[in-house]
Design a binder for this molecule. Structure first.
Ligand SMILES: NC(=O)c1ccc[n+]([C@@H]2O[C@H](COP(=O)([O-])OP(=O)(O)OC[C@H]3O[C@@H](n4cnc5c(N)ncnc54)[C@H](O)[C@@H]3O)[C@@H](O)[C@H]2O)c1
Ligand SMILES: O=C(O)C(=O)C[C@]1(C(=O)O)C=C[C@@H](O)C=C1
Length: 280
């Protein structure tokens, strides 16, 4: 934020003193406050960057000090439950939720980098009552960081992200969990012979446990809906293997390869995993 918005005055707060100290060392903010309330006292724009399950308590912590004309936004990975929580705790606030669809399996102050949001989507899910000027304020913030903006209904966001982000994480957590449940001798072989495919899953499965617990708890309905469809498709694949229907597998794999090619062509290939790998 500092590089792209040199004129902005940035005040930060985190409940963890070690995070505050590291953010100070890295020069992220002009000031780091020692309470959430003090951090927002004369803010134009407040960004809540905590696990989605902590949005309500964080909003409560700033409620008394939030200026009436401040816009309050967040970066949570699910949106309907965050809107509900923020609206309940801060009924008078000008709430414009956002989700920058960019990140890595790393978290904490050292995981950030200046180009993280460059050419990535940032989805805004303003409530129906939102004022246009407030939406534009949040849009301008993310555009300065290089993001492309999409405006979406929160429920729709949650359904789309359930399949593009949340389910892939659940699958990665499962497969790495299954491998680690195998008996000891096999487990050491899993690590020793870990080939590309499994390795890619372990990157995703190394993501922050608190963040992802909260994502699944908060986006329960959409995730369960997508999981149901996924289980049916998996069962169909199981049948194809059992009954030697190689052509069915071939047809599906041909379709999925085309999807990957489209993602690359449209420039949505992920810079983030490379960032992760450099740091392995
Ligand atoms: N990491 C990603 O890839 C990614 C991408 C897009 C959005 N998000 C969302 O951004 C938010 C922050 O994720 P992050 O990756 O920056 O995590 P992070 O761990 O780097 O930062 C979260 C901070 O919240 C603080 N925190 C944790 N529990 C808290 C609580 N109960 N009350 C108050 N503060 C608490 C922690 O001290 C931590 O410093 C989450 O809502 C996540 O869903 C993450
Ligand atoms: O690439 C990764 O490591 C990510 O998990 C990033 C990712 C994603 O699923 O694409 C994770 C959660 C977010 O809310 C946004 C981005």
């Amino acid at each position: 934020t500092r590089a792209q918005m040199p004129g902005a005055r940035i005040t930060g707060f985190d409940q963890d003193p070690a995070v505050r100290a590291r953010a100070t060392e890295l020069g992220f903010c002009d000031d780091i406050s020692d309470s959430a309330g003090a951090a927002v006292i004369d803010a134009d724009l407040v960004m809540l960057c905590v696990p989605v399950g902590a949005m309500a308590s964080t909003a409560a912590d700033i409620g008394a000090d939030l200026p009436a004309d401040a816009v309050i936004s967040d970066v949570g990975s699910s949106k309907a439950s965050v809107i509900a929580a923020l609206t309940e705790v801060l009924p008078e606030a000008r709430i414009i939720p956002a989700h920058p669809v960019a990140g890595t399996e790393h978290s904490g102050p050292d995981a950030g980098f200046a180009t993280l949001f460059q050419d990535r989507w940032c989805i805004l899910t303003p409530p129906e009552t939102a004022v246009k000027a407030d939406i534009e304020k949040v849009r301008a913030f993310w555009e300065k960081l290089g993001a492309n903006i999409e405006i979406m209904d929160a429920k729709h966001h949650d359904l789309v992200l359930a399949v593009t982000s949340h389910l892939p994480h659940l699958i990665a957590y499962t497969i790495v969990g299954t491998a680690s449940d195998l008996e000891d001798v096999t487990r050491s072989e899993v690590i020793k012979y870990s080939a590309g495919g499994f390795r890619d899953f372990t990157r995703i499965a190394a993501s922050d446990p608190t963040m992802w617990r909260d994502v699944f708890m908060s986006n329960k309905d959409a995730v369960l809906e997508m999981l149901q469809r996924f289980s049916e498709d998996l069962t169909a694949l199981q049948r194809a293997i059992r009954w030697d229907k190689g052509d069915e597998l071939f047809d599906l794999f041909t379709k999925t390869r085309a999807i990957r090619r489209r993602i690359i062509e449209e420039g949505q290939d992920d810079a983030a995993p490379d960032f992760g790998r450099h740091h392995e």
